[in-house]
Ligand binder design. Structure first.
Ligand SMILES: *[C@@H]1O[C@H](CO)[C@@H](O)[C@H](O)[C@H]1NC(C)=O
Length: 441
């Protein structure tokens, strides 16, 4: 009799949790497996993530792609990912033996695959959607994933300039925006409906195994175009908004600006910030606790030239991506540990040229995020401007998420986090992740 009552109580609590959605904030940690292919400090293997994983509710493996001919899920970096004993998929899901409550999802797309056309073709083909769904289920089951993150590749907004009054630096601007006025996707409405169908088909196919389904909105995809909130809300576990890369040196070579603002900024597009995106989805009926906000652990870095503004305050005239650094080895992209070690410290305080320290400018209003910069030297060389997140700014964003009752924060990604604690002399590993977790409590 007692047992029976306890059982009923447990079932009731379970039901209430089910109806409300699990309300503990998510900390969704991405792992970009391309980092496993690098050498030196940039190389990150699944086991390197272990010291951070106690802070994550989700670990998301990035990224799988799709095959253009049959739309089936397929590995992106090598077929060895699929080795059932030693492949990367298995290595990542095996981390659950140490963290049994960790949910490990496989992410598809994520701007790691070829162009978006293939993804739109998948949507347009009902047999293609079935083939995709079936192949997803096979892979999730075979490797022991807990679900799928649909980081679907859609056409992106055209880059917009912030100001037209910067004078001569705009001489090449017309080339950047491309053919003026042409819509990015004439069939966006149809693609929106087809995307809804895909999500419904996937989630229905997941019910037996109780797999999670997340939808990730990639940077610079217009949130009003492809996501029918009312239809999606009962089929997604959460919607993850990658609210960063608003400016990048590739999209915006001639101008840098805040890369991941929390709130709107005067004289900018009203829709390019965390607050706009989360408010939009809540207004369209998505429960706040199903909204996850993504932030980067890397910075976007531009070269700045002699005639750049001396305050460093954005928007700032730039000259394409800054030279690559030793770990990330990608022009215009610095990991958080690379950036923190470029800031003023005892070793670099007297150095000149490309080794001279960067000056960090903190945003005390907590609206815009932070940046760091180094003015060009007398010959006009080595000027750098980088927009990024550090533990404090990421903590501010997490506090915003918590204050609004949203569903959590996602970290893009662990491979550019300070996994060795090099910003604190080895003291604090995964400092951004830790601060986010702390502020969400
Ligand atoms: C997103 O789409 C809406 C509606 O078409 C448009 O008003 C808005 O300017 C777009 N945002 C961007 C950043 O292009």
């Amino acid at each position: 009799m007692w047992n029976n009552l306890v059982l009923k109580l447990i079932l009731l609590v379970g039901l209430i949790n089910f109806i409300n959605g699990d309300s503990a904030p998510r900390v969704v940690c991405y792992y970009d497996s391309r980092s496993s292919l690098k050498d030196g400090l940039g190389k990150v293997l699944p086991t390197d993530l272990l010291p951070g994983l106690s802070q994550c509710t989700h670990l998301v493996y990035g990224y799988a792609g799709i095959k253009a001919n049959d739309f089936k899920l397929s590995p992106l970096i090598s077929n060895e990912e699929l080795d059932v004993n030693n492949g990367l998929y298995k290595q990542v899901t095996s981390l659950k033996t140490q963290y049994p409550s960790l949910k490990v999802l496989l992410s598809v797309g994520g701007d790691a695959d070829e162009t978006f056309e293939k993804y739109l073709a998948l949507l347009e083909s009902s047999t293609g959607r079935i083939a995709f769904t079936n192949s997803v289920n096979v892979v999730l089951k075979q490797f022991g994933f807990d679900g799928l993150d649909l980081a679907f590749q859609f056409p992106k907004n055209k880059p917009k300039k912030v100001r037209s009054t910067l004078g001569s630096v705009w001489h090449s601007f017309k080339k950047t925006i491309g053919a003026a006025g042409k819509p990015v996707d004439e069939n966006a409405e149809t693609h929106k409906d087809q995307f809804t169908s895909l999500v419904v088909e996937l989630k229905n196919s997941f019910r037996i195994d109780n797999y999670e389904l997340a939808v990730t909105i990639l940077p610079n995809v217009n949130i009003t175009w492809y996501f029918d909130t009312a239809s999606l809300k009962n089929y997604v576990d959460y919607i993850n908004i990658a609210a960063f890369d608003i400016y990048t040196p590739v999209r915006n070579p001639k101008e840098a600006d805040y890369v991941a603002p929390t709130l709107s900024i005067t004289d900018r597009n009203v829709d390019d910030n965390v607050d706009y995106a989360s408010t939009y989805f809540v207004a369209n009926g998505l429960p706040g606790n199903k909204i996850v906000i993504g932030l980067p652990t890397y910075g976007r870095a531009w070269s700045i030239e002699k005639d750049a503004t001396i305050t460093g305050s954005p928007p700032i005239a730039t000259n394409g991506p800054a030279p690559q650094a030793v770990q990330t080895r990608t022009p215009g992209l610095y990991s958080y540990p690379e950036i923190c070690n470029m800031l003023l410290n005892d070793q670099n305080k007297n150095l000149k040229g490309e080794l001279a320290p960067l000056r960090k400018i903190v945003d005390s209003t907590k609206r815009y995020g932070l940046y760091a910069f180094r003015l060009p030297d007398d010959n006009g060389n080595h000027g750098v401007w980088v927009g990024y997140e550090d533990p404090d700014s990421a903590g501010n964003k997490a506090a915003f998420v918590k204050g609004k009752g949203l569903g959590g924060v996602s970290i893009f990604d662990l491979s550019t986090e300070d996994i060795r604690g090099s910003c604190t002399g080895g003291q604090t590993k995964f400092p951004i992740l830790q601060k986010v977790k702390e502020k969400l409590k």
